[in-house]
Design a protein around this ligand. Structure first.
Ligand SMILES: Nc1ncnc2c1ncn2[C@@H]1O[C@H](COP(=O)(O)OP(=O)(O)OP(=O)(O)O)[C@@H](O)[C@H]1O
Length: 339
């Protein structure tokens, strides 16, 4: 299933675009615990790739391997045209990494953090100052530039972290859960920043637990579960992989609800909410037939909503992890995968 939905990408001139990141058969274990059990990836240059997975699925491990922070036990990968095992230095020079292991030093100011990065990249004093000022401006940090980074909000720290990464002008950026813990406004801000990077030709590899984030940003999404890629494709392709479409009918009168239960034998019941979930593809034909059956039984629902599968459904079907734990009407599933 994974490879069958992975399209070959083409540049505007019709030639296949070179992969910015590729991996074949990546494996990693800690002791007798297998974290990655053969991961294949191919990410075209200039695109956004989202690695989606529940807690502990191994997302950070993939990022750490591809960004040379740890080594894989098996498999091959190329990043920015360089073999990871043979030339990790060249890989390091081509990439930027931000995430759970942030480089921001809280004791010094945002500006000093930037200048430190400029030093690390051997920029001259003048060039360093110019680049730092430009990036601080771009990430809306000019005002806060002279304050210690420890006083920054979560969103500001993430922005500073990305700004620091960009000092070296990397063509490939790894963002490990870039919006975890951010409020909705900062999250949208971060999405704009990521879109800006991509429009400048940067390849973005991001990990996320948020389906909406992958849906919003990614050209390709891979769902990681139990050390393997359970499915890969565009958001639309993934949504087509699974059923999940249904019509939800809600009633306020328990007697009418019971009549509906009797009339629609195949529907999943939520007795507490007096709601029924009738599986279907949401097509006009199916809706007409459903309404016909309700009419014939003299039943009128108080609320009728048509639900087409979304990434939540895909995630749920593939990982057994319900991203919407508050929805009691979903069937109870094994939570064994949640570590
Ligand atoms: N250094 C280590 N030693 C032992 N086990 C580890 C080590 N690093 C990670 N693991 C284990 O590997 C598994 C995958 O961890 P990883 O951090 O890659 O997951 P993740 O998908 O990024 O999760 P999260 O969303 O919680 O960050 C987890 O079960 C974790 O406990």
């Amino acid at each position: 299933m994974p490879s069958s939905v992975m399209p070959t990408s083409h540049r505007a001139d019709g030639h296949p675009s070179p992969a910015a990141v590729s991996a074949v058969g990546l494996r990693k274990s800690y002791g007798d615990k297998t974290v990655l059990d053969g991961i294949d990836l191919s990410i075209p240059a200039g695109s956004v790739f989202a690695l989606l997975g529940p807690n502990g699925a191994g997302k950070t491990t993939v990022v750490k391997i591809l960004s040379t922070l740890i080594t894989a036990d098996g498999g091959q990968s190329r990043v920015g045209g360089h073999d990871l095992a043979a030339d990790p230095q060249a890989v390091r020079a081509a990439i930027g990494v931000t995430g759970q292991f942030s480089a921001v030093d809280g004791l010094i100011t945002g500006e000093e953090n930037m200048l430190l990065m400029a030093d690390l990249h051997h920029l001259s004093r003048g060039e360093g100052r110019r680049v730092a000022a430009e990036l601080l401006e771009r990430f809306d940090l000019t005002e806060a530039a002279k304050k210690p980074a420890s006083t920054y909000s979560g969103g500001m720290k993430r922005r500073l972290d990305i700004a620091m990464t960009l000092v070296g002008d990397p063509r490939i950026i790894f963002l490990d859960e870039p919006t975890t813990g951010l409020d909705p406004r900062s999250r949208h801000n971060m999405w704009q920043i990521i879109r800006g990077l991509v429009s400048g030709g940067v390849t973005v590899f991001l990990t996320t637990q948020y389906l909406e984030e992958a849906d919003q940003l990614a050209d390709q999404i891979a769902v990681l579960n139990d050390g393997r890629i359970a499915a890969q494709g565009t958001a639309e392709e993934l949504k087509r992989l699974i059923p999940g479409g249904h019509v939800r009918l809600r009633f306020s009168d328990p007697a009418v609800y019971r009549a509906a239960v009797a009339a629609l034998g195949e529907a999943a019941r939520d007795d507490e909410a007096l709601a029924l979930r009738v599986p279907g593809d949401g097509s006009q034909r199916e809706l007409r037939s459903l309404l016909g059956r309700l009419d014939a039984a003299g039943i009128e629902a108080d609320e009728l909503t048509v639900h087409t599968p979304d990434l939540d459904d895909v995630f749920f079907a593939l990982t057994g992890t319900d991203p919407r734990p508050s929805q009691s009407s979903l069937p109870a599933q094994s939570k064994e995968n949640v570590r």
